[in-house]
Design a protein around this ligand. Structure first.
Ligand code: HEC
Length: 218
């Protein structure tokens, strides 16, 4: 189910996907504006072969990069992803029919759906910090902080139990050579797909984590 790809490839894919999604949304908004206000120009755009080919290539890139990324996330069956996928799968046929039959309601619906998916992804990014914050309070009340336990809770999803899983582009922690200070900065500030943990973990917890990740180095 999870086939790890190198971190560079993952980041490249993610950027391509975001760019393609943006272009896709722009094209749909333009088409919608034409449908609503200037149907003759919409006909011209639809009759323009290069524009149609471009849109087709974009759709394939959109789905291709989306599916590849999806098979590489730590938790592919999380509800947000399922909602996103269903919404996209509904919005595309709606758009195809809407623009072809010049049905304004369907076309508006498809664009609204695309925006909703985009918005959901953004909202989720912010919310994902909340439940973990509550666990911090729980952890702080414990007398000892176990790096291994914290690692299983926060890091294993991407780095794997032995530090080598490399999911979502995570670096191999067994072969990592960075200093404690650099590790601390990485955990506090995050990088690429790795979140910033400074609001989630306190210094003591981060130190415990660093002790643990050094213990799994080869
Ligand atoms: C969402 C996936 C994800 C999670 C969860 C995650 N990481 Fe990472 N981690 C990454 C990625 C991606 C990188 C590579 C960042 C880069 O350099 O581009 C990374 C890099 C690192 C590095 C730097 C390694 C090096 O040699 O440069 C350390 C240390 C690290 N992570 C520790 C942790 C710890 C500790 C946790 C848990 C608190 C954690 N990570 C949770 C994805 C993740």
């Amino acid at each position: 189910m999870l086939n790890a790809i190198p971190s560079g490839a993952y980041t490249g894919l993610l950027h391509t996907h975001k760019l393609v999604v943006l272009l896709f949304i722009i094209i749909y908004v333009v088409k919608l504006a034409l449908l609503l206000f200037s149907e003759a120009n919409l006909d011209k755009m639809r009759a323009n072969k290069p524009a149609r080919i471009f849109e087709m290539v974009l759709s394939f890139l959109f789905l291709g990069t989306g599916i590849t990324l999806w098979t590489n996330v730590a938790d592919p069956f999380n509800t947000l992803f399922l909602i996103k996928i269903v919404a996209v799968l509904i919005s595309i046929p709606l758009a195809v029919i809407g623009f072809k039959k010049k049905n304004k309601i369907l076309a508006v619906l498809s664009v609204v759906l695309l925006f909703a998916v985009y918005g959901l992804a953004e909202v989720k990014k912010k919310q994902s910090l909340k439940p973990q914050k509550q666990e911090m309070v729980y952890n702080e009340t414990q007398t000892s902080v176990h790096g291994k336990q914290l690692y299983e809770q926060y890091c294993q999803n991407c780095h794997g139990a032995d530090g080598t899983a490399g999911l979502s582009g995570a670096k191999n922690l067994q072969t990592s050579t960075i200093s404690d200070q650099e590790a601390k900065t990485r955990i506090k500030e995050g990088k690429g797909n790795m979140l910033s943990y400074q609001k989630i973990l306190n210094d003591k917890e981060i130190d415990a984590l660093i002790t643990h990740i050094k213990s799994i180095r080869k």
